[in-house]
Design a protein around this ligand. Sequence first.
Ligand code: AMP
Length: 227
Amino acid sequence: MALHKIFRAVIMGPPGSGKGTVSARITKTFGLKHLSSGDILRANINAKTELGLLMKSCIDQGQLVPDDVMSRLILSDLRALDQSSWLLDGFPRTVSQADALDKAYSVDTVINLNVPFQTIKQRLTSRWTHLPSGRVYNVDFNPPKVPGLDDVTGEPLVQRDDDTPETVTRRLKAYETQTDDCKNVFPYRSKGVLQSFSGTETNKIWPHIEAFLHSKLSSVDEKCEDL
Ligand code: AMP
């Protein structure tokens, strides 16, 4: 779908709620640029940048990276995408981050994934990742064609250090206390741009998200053409 107006979207939800998979489908279907805070941090860790080395222990322990570091990192990457439509994944995660984003950009829609924590625990501990691209597989319902290898590059898949059962529990706790509780005070609900999708299977949630975005993007584009 070719867009006339710049469209800015955020996807939120607990770790393992399917944000990565849904984001990949959104970017493929609607051509938005995808920016994932977790992928950016992992790329810094892989490249052994100063920031990556400082943040690695935080991430490995399932704790959130400090707000000021995270907001500076994401806002500077977004500046390079000023003329593009984008989908932000994993940021904001706290009220302070949401405020920082709100000061810089007006967001057109926020997609919120509601998935029960029990489903997520099961999912995350059977998840395998292709680190360079961020592509994710699940040995139960989305296995790679060849076990242990990425479908596109044939490179090895790894289990993320923070996908162990103990760390998953800690990450979900961090989400519950720092992100979920404050969703009500995020600027988005009051602005009417927050749209929630609930379920236990990404494949069943996806058609609703796709239909929602089709209608949302068409209306944004029509308004633009009327100007
Ligand atoms: P994710 O891949 O989105 O689950 O992120 C992996 C880890 O990166 C998280 O458990 C946090 O330690 C860190 N992280 C990612 N995004 C943020 C954020 N917006 N604020 C703070 N920490 C983050």
